[in-house]
Ligand binder design. Structure first.
Ligand code: MD3
Ligand code: FE
Length: 209
């Protein structure tokens, strides 16, 4: 399950009850204020993934405390229970109960149909702490590349509902992406629509102490 140094994949980490609760929570966040949106890129294109942010607002490629590309309202708060889930995730993945991980922000991505996420590295955070990824609903091909460039070499793996991936240490800045969904895999009854995938990433912003 260690894919590379600091990158740990734990298939089926969330049980069905936890997955269902996270889908419900994601629906609630997406219904607050102006809701989830497909962010506009600097080149004028629009992302195919729809996202809502907790604790901060991500705009390619910066963060804000307010929804500057929507109605300017304050961002949805990051709940304490999600920080505790993140701490448990990193402690389990790294098999270190004293790891002391405390995320304060999250990105919730909604995928449908042909939605995909190009190869990128997450460099906007000011802290070196790991990123926690939790997958819900439809499976996908997840591409893990290298820290040098967006292209080859990379390896593809399959992520399914309930899977945990922790990215940290020497691979915190590795390139990664989601080239396609796998809508024909079986999915547990957790409240996602047919062919829908939801991914939560928990992060430490480095802005709050
Ligand atoms: C590796 N999301 O939101 S999660 C993202 O499935 C993002 O929605 C994908 O990439 C998704 O930025 C992949 C896995 C992931 C997330 C953040 C990382 C891998 C990462 C940050 C650093 C290295
Ligand atoms: Fe990412």
């Amino acid at each position: 399950r260690e894919l590379a140094p600091g990158v740990v994949h734990v298939p089926g980490w969330l049980d069905e009850t936890e997955q269902h609760a996270l889908v419900e929570a994601a629906r609630g966040w997406a219904a607050e204020g102006p809701g989830a949106r497909r962010a506009e890129l600097p080149n004028g294109g629009r992302m195919t993934v729809s996202a809502v942010c907790l604790g901060w607002h991500w705009i390619p490629y910066r963060y804000s405390a307010t929804r500057d590309d929507q109605d300017g309202s304050p961002v949805t708060p990051f709940p304490d229970w999600l920080a505790e889930l993140g701490a448990r995730a990193v402690a389990d993945a790294y098999q270190d109960p004293d790891v002391g991980y405390r995320p304060d922000v999250a990105l919730v991505n909604f995928y449908r149909g042909d939605a995909r996420l190009g190869m990128h590295a997450d460099r906007e955070e000011l802290a070196p702490d790991p990123v926690v990824s939790l997958s819900l609903g439809a499976g996908c091909v997840f591409r893990v590349g290298n820290t040098e460039n967006r292209g080859w070499p990379y390896t593809d793996l399959q992520l399914e509902s309930g899977d945990l991936v922790v990215f940290g240490r020497e691979n915190r800045l590795v390139h990664h992406g989601v080239p396609r969904l796998l809508p024909d895999l079986p999915v547990p009854p957790i409240g996602t629509a047919d062919g829908e995938r939801i991914n939560l990433t928990l992060r430490v912003s480095g802005l709050n102490g």
